[in-house]
Write a protein that binds this ligand. Sequence first.
Ligand SMILES: [Zn+2]
Length: 278
Amino acid sequence: MRLGSFELLSLSDGFFRLDGGAMFGVVPKPLWEKRAPADDRNRILLGIRPLLVRSGSRNILIDAGIGDKMRPKDVEIYGMDRARHLDHSLADAGLSASDIDVVIASHLHFDHAGGFTVRDGDTLRPRFPRARYYVRRAEWEDATHPHERNRASYLAENFVPLAEAGVLEFIEGDGEVLPGISVEETGGHTMHHQLIKIQSGGRTAVFVADMMPTTAHVDEAWIMGYDLYPMDTLLAKKRFLREAIEGEYVIFFEHDARTPAGIIREQGGKKLVEPVIS
Ligand SMILES: [Zn+2]
């Protein structure tokens, strides 16, 4: 879709599955399974949708999916289906990895940062050879000093090679990182998780990442059990939802299996997502 001077393309790195209970926190299964049916292992289907922002000849990628470094055991556990992955999706847009100029990370969990690096023989290197990678410094600190509760999500192979290759740009706080593209810390999911806002021609699009991973998560209380600070997610969502409904923002849902983007409308006290791409 067009947004002022930008072109926005929701890409795909395939699909995977996570435990439905963990995806919806305190929401009981009889409620969530109406929106996201579970398989025989209680897992629900999720998309993996990095966002490509094109500005003239410049290509900016927000998050990069799971990538291809996962062990066969994890491919099985997460029911990963990458028959069509990010390289295919970029090719559909007439691009390859070497056309990406900038990569921006919402946070460094493996399903967002896995595609940042690739294996090259015995070593690991940046997946996008010409790109600078923008990472929030405080998120980097947390990812490189994991604890028991977040260790399974932060895999050093996805981001440490970026530092070794000297391609990192640290984001110190909220604000514009490139013309028309800004970041805002949401906290909640991780302490320094951030959303990415794209503004042009009087319109706003937002890549909300794991603050609202699917359209089912636009309800305030539908917060993931994975979140480290769920009350911070609640506060950030409430503030953001008011702003998004009033401003008719286009929201990109990174993990929705069916609806990559939509506008949130309020009708009779209920929040609905009107799809803009499907
Ligand atoms: Zn995450």
